[in-house]
Design a binder for this molecule. Structure first.
Ligand code: NAD
Length: 421
């Protein structure tokens, strides 16, 4: 059997004690949102550029001023490019793998984490330790150890009264919220199953530049390495699996999946996955994702209930008559709304804390990947609770701390092979 991700020693700084003890909730009071809200960004790429603009747009929606106080990126060119927009002084633009630590020492109240996912557990733990409210882009981890570290840091955030919002924007979208409300009202009866899909193209590939180090090549081409992205079932399809978990109100019990690769030209990820998620009580969700340019695309979710069916955000097919609930949000843009909800919650005494929720969804997609990489039927609790499971302490062969320490060794650019020879 080939291993889904090469295992290595348990990284104690990542594993903040497995499941944290239930933290006492902080006594929170409601305060007005300050006239000026200070924010910093870690990861100045495509999503970070969007997220910081959306955070500032959310400040406008809330009638306050947003101020960018620091930018950080592993690479100087990325940080400099974004700073052409914000024009911060040089001592507020941090570069390198320890740049996140310098952000934590600034006076930002909020920090947006938008690096490749593998770095999220370490960056999130540092942000929570520094008392920052956090926007954490999905995914938040690439392995079970990282996902459990997010849960543990989330409990610390709760005890400190910090707001944590994940970049699963469908949960802040009026159409999805409407269908969720209709399902909860029983309009299509108890959910029995469904299909969730992200079938599309390879988003991008970056080939190795002449003389480039292993670390630089791997990170600049992170979207094609499982160690940094989690593979596309984790990195991209997480959105659709999240909708299934949200609508059903629970994570899956187990997964049996397969996948493979024929077309991908760099890295070590699969081209496609097909996973049968068993949610218990006779409920099954089929998850399907593919990144092959030139094939039919379909992205979305479809659910079947005892008395009807519905899309994640679209049409509802119900036998009974029903009234469509009116979902009032602050903006039609779910990627601005998520920041409105983050900021508002940070001050109104009811901070959102998505840490456990996003970590559980993240574990579910890692579960699908492990099943497909190995050929095993894998249980959700093998990743969350069963310490003796061979998958419980799975960590990537190249981890975030290797980048900080400069000990990155490029993994083989070949995919896992399921089954036993
Ligand atoms: N919610 C959504 O719909 C959505 C959409 C796209 C991407 N994302 C997520 O956003 C994250 C970023 O994706 P992207 O498309 O912006 O990728 P990107 O490659 O464009 O940007 C990532 C940036 O992080 C920087 N970086 C890498 N390692 C770093 C480190 N250790 N410290 C500081 N900076 C570091 C890179 O240099 C790069 O500038 C990913 O987790 C991705 O899955 C979410």
């Amino acid at each position: 059997m080939s291993t889904p991700l090469p295992r290595r020693q348990f990284v104690s700084t990542l594993a903040v004690g497995g499941l944290a003890l239930a933290a006492a909730p902080a006594l929170l009071r409601a305060d007005p949102i300050p006239a000026k809200v200070k924010v910093a960004l870690i990861g100045c790429g495509g999503r970070g550029t969007g997220a910081i603009a959306q955070f500032l747009a959310a400040c406008k929606v809330l009638g306050v001023e947003g101020e960018v106080v620091a930018l950080a990126d592993a690479f100087e060119d990325r940080a400099k490019r974004l700073n052409e927009t914000y024009k911060l002084p040089a001592n507020r633009v941090f570069v390198g793998y320890d740049a996140y630590q310098k952000v934590m020492a600034t006076d930002c109240a909020f920090v947006l984490l938008a690096t490749p996912p593998a770095f999220r557990p370490v960056h999130f733990a540092a942000a929570v330790a520094a008392g920052k409210h956090c926007f954490v882009e999905k995914p938040v981890a690439v392995d079970p150890v990282g996902a459990r570290a997010i849960i543990a840091s989330g409990e610390v955030a709760r005890s400190k009264g910090l707001a944590v919002v994940a970049g699963t924007q469908r949960r802040h979208d009026a159409s999805y919220l409407r269908n969720k409300a209709l399902i909860d009202a029983g309009v299509i009866g108890a959910l029995r199953g469904g299909v969730v899909q992200w079938n599309g193209t390879v988003p991008w590939v970056r080939r190795r530049a002449k003389g480039e180090s292993d670390a630089d090549y791997m990170n600049r081409n992170w979207l094609n390495f499982t160690e940094l992205s989690g593979d596309h079932i984790v990195e991209q399809h997480i959105h659709n699996v999240d909708v299934a978990i949200w609508f059903l109100g629970r994570p899956p019990v187990s997964a049996l999946g397969f996948g493979g690769r024929a077309r991908r030209e760099t890295g070590n990820m699969f081209d496609f996955f097909s996973v049968d998620y068993d949610f218990g009580d006779g409920v099954r969700i089929h998850s399907q994702c593919r990144q092959i340019t030139g094939t039919a695309g379909r992205v979305g979710e479809f659910f079947t209930g005892a008395e009807g069916s519905c899309y994640g955000a679209g049409k509802v097919f119900a036998k009974q008559k029903y009234e469509t609930p009116v979902i009032k949000l602050d903006t039609d843009d779910s990627m601005v709304q998520e920041h409105v909800d983050l900021i508002r919650g940070a001050y109104n005494g009811k901070p959102l804390n998505d840490a456990r929720q996003i970590a559980e969804t993240n574990l579910a997609v890692i579960l699908g990947r492990i099943s497909a990489y190995t050929g095993d039927l894998v249980k959700f609790d093998d990743l969350l609770k069963h310490e003796k499971s061979p998958y419980y302490n799975l960590t990537a062969a190249v981890g975030p701390l290797d980048f900080e320490k400069g000990t990155v060794k490029l993994p083989a650019e070949v995919p896992s092979i399921p089954g036993k020879a």
